[in-house]
Design a protein around this ligand. Structure first.
Ligand code: 1PW
Length: 211
């Protein structure tokens, strides 16, 4: 991971996460999140409680991937099959498998919808658009319904500290505004596809409400 964030790299990583036969590679999925974490960190301390949680989720998945059963964790599809076949998932309440790969990835998956909605708003925003509003609208439409009141409040405070649209575009390191917008237009369908494949898999296996 390089020091400076680049939107291009995030998108390339998510692109690499999709195999030809529509499997999602966990290695690249979490690498994409790692890039986003470096981005959040560059936005200041107010985001550190958000990035800390994402970092710990990335770490859990990385540990599975590099552990003795790592070969089952290569794709999201193989992980779901392996964990379900071997009763490694707490399905209704947290018990002996509180940090399964399935429930951990579900948290990132829900956050990915937020990201998708937010980037879509940013892409179609006009010069006077406020990033804090785009962020919180996207949040309220997605992740917020999975968060308790206290977290929603804290996330709301963090959003208020977001830099303006211009700074945001610059931090993304992807050229001028037109280029950023073009890059977003090209890549959002990709993030949406990764999201949808995961969503379908989780629906099919009744995993969307994992505790
Ligand atoms: C500026 C663009 C950045 C996009 C990053 C999106 C990341 C959103 C993560 C929000 C995390 C808020 C604090 C943590 C909350 C956890 O309780 C929650 N985690 C997530 C990722 O939603 C649920 O995890 P848990 O408590 O069930 O282990």
């Amino acid at each position: 991971m390089a020091d400076t964030f680049s939107l291009q790299r995030v998108l390339e990583t998510f692109r690499s996460s999709l195999s030809e036969n529509k499997k999602v590679y966990i290695k690249y999925y979490i690498a994409g999140w790692q890039e986003l974490v470096s981005f959040m960190n560059s936005l200041g301390n107010v985001f550190s409680f958000i990035s800390k949680d994402v970092v710990s989720k990335i770490q859990i998945l990385e540990n599975f991937l590099s552990g003795e059963n790592g070969s089952y964790y290569v794709t999201i599809q193989s992980m779901v099959k392996y964990e379900l076949d071997n009763d490694l998932v707490d399905l209704t309440k947290r018990g002996s498998h509180p940090e399964s790969g399935c429930r951990t990835l579900l948290r990132l998956h829900r956050a990915l919808l937020w990201l998708e909605l937010f980037l879509e708003r940013l892409r179609t925003s006009t010069e006077d658009g406020k990033t804090s509003v785009m962020c919180s609208d996207a949040y309220n439409e997605s992740l917020a319904q999975h968060h308790p009141w206290l977290i929603r409040k804290a996330v709301g405070v963090a959003f208020c500290a977001l830099p303006g649209r211009d700074t945001f575009f610059n931090v993304m390191n992807a050229g001028d505004h037109t280029q950023v917008v073009a890059l977003l237009g090209e890549s959002l369908p990709l993030i949406a596809e990764v999201y949808q494949i995961t969503e379908d898999l989780y629906v099919k296996n009744h995993l969307l409400e994992l505790p």
